[in-house]
Design a protein around this ligand. Structure first.
Ligand code: APR
Length: 312
């Protein structure tokens, strides 16, 4: 049976994700937005590309009609506003909290068995909003951040060492923000830790560029934030779930004591398969790494507390 994937938000990330999902023939794609015409127009445009791209995914776009997402296997939530220069992801909190909560509630009604992949920022806080509003179990609410941050780290490692990106692996933990925790010890080229291949100064420069990866692109685009790599990252997660790959990927997951963190979404290594998050993998951290992760968790917790205050 063909899978069904709903993408909420027909903007830059949503439309790009829809395109990649269709081109990989991961299933039929429904795009939902509040804008009149835009989701239908983008869906039609993508449909007209299908003969050239050689796929048979059915792509539809609707305005505000959540019944179109009925029984979707996966829902990728990209609805919300994106950053402009000078804004941090946290500046999006109040607006996107309302949007993501509303979307998650509507999805829970029409696709109660679906798995939510959250993309809207500030990511970890938006996972909380979706978790609460949907009432879904923790294995079915997953945040896209670590795959993107790791991909950025990998791209910079490949550029620095002039090696294929395919040879690179990288791990980034923590919140999707300035406090994210790239782990050079667990980042490799063909299995060789980058700590063996690059000087501490070079590694630190790459780590900083990774932390600043989103802002670097916002600064160049000026009118919005990154979307090609974020869309790729969300689609990699969807593929791991739809194909039940048991793939280990860093994702924002709801922790209940793992890494000493409780009742909080934050980026950790997870195993993704048909059930969503099948396992949270606990790796050994050095004292400094563990401290950096706690610091990142504190930043996420502060946002979650802000959301509670905003809700009144
Ligand atoms: N329901 C559905 N769609 C909505 C809603 C809503 N309640 N509110 C806003 N949208 C839609 C907008 O109409 C717009 O088409 O979400 C889309 C967002 O698209 P863009 O502005 O192009 O933003 P994008 O770059 O796709 O980023 C979306 O992902 O990476 C994060 O920080 C980014 O939070 C942002 C989100």
């Amino acid at each position: 049976m063909k899978h069904k994937i709903a993408v909420v938000g027909a903007g830059n990330v949503g439309a790009t994700a829809a395109m990649r999902l269709a081109e990989k023939e991961l299933g039929d794609v429904v795009i939902i937005d509040i804008l009149e015409g835009v989701p239908a127009g983008k869906a039609l445009d993508l449909t007209e590309a299908a003969p050239i791209e050689k796929h048979d995914a059915k792509i539809t776009g609707v305005t505000g009609d959540y019944s179109a997402a009925a029984d979707a296997d996966i829902v990728i939530i990209t609805a919300g506003i994106a950053r402009k220069p000078g804004m941090s992801r946290d500046d999006l909190l109040a607006t996107n909290m309302g949007i993501v909560s509303g979307v998650a509630k509507s999805i829970a009604e029409v696709a109660p068995e679906s798995i939510l992949i959250i993309v809207s920022n500030p990511l970890d806080a938006m996972c909380h909003a979706a978790f609460e509003a949907s009432g879904f179990p923790k294995n079915r609410v997953i945040g896209m951040a670590g795959v993107l941050d790791s991909a950025r780290f990998r791209a910079f490692i490949a550029m620095e060492l002039n090696v294929s990106v395919e040879n690179t692996h990288a791990f980034v933990l923590g919140g999707h923000g300035d406090t994210m925790v790239p782990l050079p010890r667990y980042s490799t080229v063909a299995g060789i830790p980058i700590t063996e291949l690059l000087s501490p100064a070079k590694i630190e420069a790459i780590v900083q560029r990774t932390r600043n990866g989103g802002a670097e692109i916002v600064g160049l685009l000026k009118t919005g934030s990154a979307y090609y790599a974020p869309a790729s990252a969300a689609v990699e997660m969807a593929e791991a779930i739809l194909k039940d790959k048991h793939k280990v990927l860093p994702c924002a997951a709801y922790l209940e004591g793992e890494y000493g963190i409780k009742d909080l979404f934050i980026g950790v290594p997870t195993k993704l398969g048909a059930a969503g998050i099948e396992e949270i993998i606990e790796i050994n951290l050095t004292g400094a790494e563990a401290e950096a992760l706690q610091h990142s968790a504190d930043a996420v917790r502060a946002l979650v507390q802000d959301m509670a205050r905003l809700k009144g």
